[in-house]
Each structure stands twice: as structure tokens, then as C-alpha cells.
Design a protein around this ligand. Structure first.
Ligand SMILES: CC(C)(COP(=O)(O)OP(=O)(O)OC[C@H]1O[C@@H](n2cnc3c(N)ncnc32)[C@H](O)[C@@H]1OP(=O)(O)O)[C@@H](O)C(=O)NCCC(=O)NCCS
Length: 149
């Protein structure tokens, strides 16, 4: 039986994109729609990985890139699968693929989201800005972060 720490990580595909959107719905108050994620499959400036358990998407990361700048748009893990290193493995998959293409990665995170901010700090991201009232549902500031790849 596959141990949870060894669950497979693979690229976004037509087969897993429905699970990507369902996971986003479980994790965010304003998730992107399945249509948006499906369009990203055709976008050459897009990279996304999933972690699956028996075909069910339990973690995902999605980024876009322009020239040497990568933007981390979404990173989430099913609540039942957290603290197993899945987010870190998903980030490492993106980082390995994009090293040599991009030199820097940017992201935004809710100020109150301490799990994510701790994760990003542990991955080498540092704060480089702050946007008051950036998010809705609920309204909240964004902390901006960047990491060298
Ligand atoms: C943030 C999130 C993606 C972390 O996923 P995860 O798979 O549980 O993270 P990992 O197991 O890879 O954690 C790696 C490190 O991040 C930090 N971390 C992760 N979750 C944490 C928490 N709840 N509290 C404190 N630190 C945390 C720890 O340093 C952890 O290492 P450790 O477990 O050895 O202490 C997950 O909690 C999530 O999906 N949250 C909801 C969606 C979200 O907020 N996404 C980010 C939006 S920008």
C-alpha cells in the first residue's frame, strides 16, 4: 500500500483537472473555476502539479511565468493530508522544472494565513511587500513574498 508520504506527484492533465478544481473549492473561499484551470492546460506559460491518492487529487500547485518571473497562484492540500510534506514536495516539483527558466518566484498570501506563511518561509520566501484590503471574503491584507529559484 502507498504510504501517504510517498503519494505520487504528477503534472496537471485533462484527467486530473476536475479534481484540481474540486480541491480548490474545498480549500479556498474564492476558488478558480474548473474552466479556468482547464484553460491553463493549454497555456504554455503555465505549470501545475497534483498529488494524488488512488486517483483523488489531494494536493495541487499552479504557477504562471513570464520571462524569468514565476508567480505562484495556488498551493493547497486536502485538510486530511496536511503536515505530510505534500506542499513542500509540490513546490520542489515546480522549482526543479523551472530552474534555468526562471530566476525568481512571487506570491501573495493572506496576512492571517500563518500555516502558509510559515511554509513559504521554510521554502526560502521572504516578505517584499504588503497590500492592505487586497482580499475579499473576508477582506484582508496580502503579504507579498519572493524567493530566488
Ligand atoms: C498551507 C498548506 C498548503 C500547507 O500544506 P502541507 O502539505 O500541510 O504543508 P507541508 O506538510 O509541506 O509543510 C511543510 C512545512 O510548512 C510549515 N507548515 C505547514 N503547515 C503548517 C501549520 N499549520 N502551522 C505551522 N507551520 C506549518 C511547517 O514548517 C512544515 O514543516 P513541518 O511539518 O516539518 O513542521 C495547507 O495548510 C493548505 O492547503 N492550506 C489551505 C490553502 C492555503 O492557505 N494555501 C496557501 C494560500 S497562499
Amino acid at each position: 500500500m502507498t504510504q501517504r508520504a510517498d503519494l505520487p506527484v504528477e503534472l496537471f492533465s485533462a484527467e486530473n483537472i476536475h479534481g484540481v478544481a474540486e480541491l480548490a473549492k474545498r480549500c479556498f473561499s474564492t476558488p478558480w473555476s474548473e474552466d479556468i484551470y482547464r484553460r491553463e492546460l493549454e497555456n504554455p506559460q503555465s505549470v501545475g502539479f497534483v498529488c494524488t491518492d488512488g486517483g483523488k487529487v489531494v494536493g495541487m500547485i499552479h504557477c504562471n511565468f513570464v520571462l524569468d518571473e514565476l508567480t505562484l497562484n495556488t498551493l493547497c492540500v486536502d485538510p486530511e493530508y496536511r503536515r505530510l510534506g505534500i506542499a513542500k514536495r509540490l513546490w520542489n516539483a515546480v522549482r526543479e522544472m523551472m530552474q534555468g527558466v526562471c530566476t525568481v518566484c512571487y506570491l501573495e498570501v493572506r496576512e492571517s494565513n500563518l500555516p502558509a506563511r510559515t511554509l513559504y518561509g521554510s521554502l526560502g520566501f521572504v516578505q517584499n511587500g504588503y497590500r492592505p484590503r487586497y482580499y475579499s471574503k473576508p477582506e484582508e491584507a496580502a503579504v507579498l513574498m519572493e524567493a530566488r529559484l
